[in-house]
Ligand binder design. Structure first.
Ligand code: GLN
Length: 537
């Protein structure tokens, strides 16, 4: 066994307490003290990965460099830590079972009856230790999805119990996140739900080492003492986590409460070095003191749930701070847009972003929004489906190919300007069959994107099936839509731009996945700058 230390983060009382943010904040503090830290999320649902989940149900699907379709919490981990995650950082029950069943089919269990304990739990323990055994990390934080007491979580909780025993004291600890609700009728904070959830953990043989208590009001010393006594933890290990105005405040709030110090003490690691958070604080300073404000329209079809475009929203926060400007992102439903109402609906926007997406619903609205941005010289960024819509709009309006479309939306279109590559045509499975993960892209000399990136060779993450159809490339370029980024091996078009427009870029990849606090994405930084210039004109 390696000497990596493990921190397990569990949740009690209710879901949506922000375990991902607490885990990322703790990781940030440990990283800022010099510990090589990573975070992993175990999700108790049976989907093999979140790739096939509806964004309305689960928020955005986040994609890693190695092409894993993962939970959006991994986005927070990367944005906070500026460390790349991979398939190993997100495991679902579906994946665990898939792998155990595959082993059973191969006869690897030698005729034994395959059971939740020990076969599923062994598989879970192995997955938890993969990151630790890589030798790349001093500390691995494992976030257990769901709420303790859930039927689905039981095998995970049992695996954590076994691992804690195997790792031995000070090598693994449990941080339990709970809710301390405020009852306005009684005018007080209530500790009972927390006591119950700690008890539920105890029934599974796990003692919480640290309690992080989500609250809307300050938790008094008395209440901390009460929680400590009844939940069997030291008072210093009762950490208040009060609602913050931005998630990026949470690491500093956790530091004030001493979460990192008590964690290191419990793990028997030196806690004398102060965390270096200079860069983080500088970012917050710029984020909170903008010199100007811009409004960008986010044209999409999952706008009712802001989590559907989480990484885009966060990338704008990073790019806003870099430009010292407050970026207000106005969500606009593409289904409600038409040539008639477009001017009214997009009135007052300083920039327009057309979002990624799948399927036919709302796409004509997206095409209309592209047309409006292109014809009115409004800075435009199209991402994935947004780029495809930009190509379709250009083909229809400028090339006069009125029925141009993507074969995703119209199989029989006479002008399939966006289509499947030959080798993809026979694929029928929905899960994991897209062009996923990081691909190389070469940017054209003299292009806007080359200037924005400040380099010619980039690597960006993809998640799509359909591609720009190269048969139309020459025609498009002659008419003014230039393919300014190409995959150097396949020649697939990754970026298009319109040089005669002040700032018009469409990218087949998802730049938003790679934007972090420490390294805001150049395309978002450049876009926000163009939007600001446009507004100030
Ligand atoms: N639906 C499009 C495709 O599959 C775009 C996907 C996306 O925007 N992520 O190619």
């Amino acid at each position: 066994m390696s000497d990596t230390k493990y921190i397990f983060v569990t949740g009690g009382v209710t879901s949506s307490l922000g375990k991902g943010i607490i885990a990322a904040s703790l990781a940030k503090l440990l990283q800022a003290r010099g510990y090589r830290t990573t975070i992993q999320k175990l999700d108790p649902y049976i989907n093999v990965d979140p790739g096939t989940l509806n964004p309305y149900e689960h928020g955005e699907c986040y994609v890693t460099d190695d092409g894993a379709e993962t939970d959006l919490d991994l986005g927070h981990y990367e944005r906070f830590l500026n460390v790349r995650t991979s398939q190993a950082n997100n495991v679902t029950t579906g994946r665990i079972y898939q792998s155990v069943i595959e082993k059973e089919r191969k006869g690897e269990f030698l005729g034994k009856t395959v059971q939740v304990v020990p076969h599923i739990t062994n598989e879970i323990k192995e997955r938890i230790q993969i990151l630790g055994n890589s030798g790349d990390y001093d500390i691995v934080i494992t976030e257990i999805g769901g709420t303790v007491g859930d039927i689905e979580s039981l095998p995970y909780i049992e695996s954590v119990r076994q691992l804690l025993w195997e790792l031995g004291e000070h090598n693994g600890i449990v941080v339990h996140l709970t809710l301390v609700p405020f009852l306005s009728a009684a005018g007080e904070l209530k500790t009972k739900p927390t006591q119950h959830s700690v008890k539920t953990l105890m029934e599974s043989g796990i003692k919480a080492d640290i309690l992080v208590c989500r609250t809307e009001h300050q938790i008094s010393e008395d209440i901390k003492e009460k929680l400590a006594l009844f939940c069997n933890v030291r008072k210093e290990a009762v950490i208040q986590s009060i609602d913050a105005s931005t998630i990026y405040d949470v690491p500093l709030l956790m530091q004030e409460e001493g979460l990192d110090t008590v964690t290191l003490q419990k793990l028997n690691l030196p806690d004398d070095k102060e965390p270096n958070l200079d860069q983080w604080k500088e970012f917050l300073q710029r984020h909170k003191n903008p010199k100007d404000k811009v409004t960008i329209g986010l044209i999409g079809k999952y706008v009712e749930l802001p989590d559907s475009y989480k990484s885009i929203q966060e990338a704008f926060i990073h790019a806003g701070a870099a430009n010292e400007v407050d970026v207000e992102v106005k969500s606009i439903h593409s289904e409600h847009l038409s040539a008639k109402n477009i001017a009214k609906k997009l009135e007052g926007l300083d920039g327009i972003l057309v979002a990624p997406g799948f399927g036919e619903r709302g796409i004509e609205g997206k095409v209309t929004a592209v047309k409006y941005a292109r014809e009115n010289n409004i800075p435009f960024l199209g991402i994935c489906l947004g780029m495809q819509m930009a190509v379709i709009e250009f083909a229809r309006t400028v090339l006069g190919l009125e029925k141009a479309n993507s074969t995703e939306m119209d199989k029989g279109t006479p002008d399939p300007v966006i289509s499947l590559m030959e080798e993809q045509k026979s694929i029928t499975d929905m899960g994991g069959t897209m062009r996923l993960g990081a691909w190389d892209c070469h940017l054209k000399e003299g292009s806007l994107v080359k200037e924005v990136y400040g380099t010619s060779d980039i690597e960006e993450r993809h998640r799509h099936r359909y591609e720009f159809n190269n048969q139309y490339k020459e025609q498009m370029e002659e008419a003014g839509l230039v393919a300014s980024g190409l995959n150097p091996k396949t020649g697939l078009v990754e970026v298009v731009e319109i040089p005669s427009h002040p700032w018009f870029v469409g990218v087949q990849y998802h730049p938003e996945y790679k934007s972090t606090v420490a390294s805001p994405h150049p395309l978002f930084v450049g876009f926000v700058k163009a939007v600001l210039d446009h507004k100030q004109e």
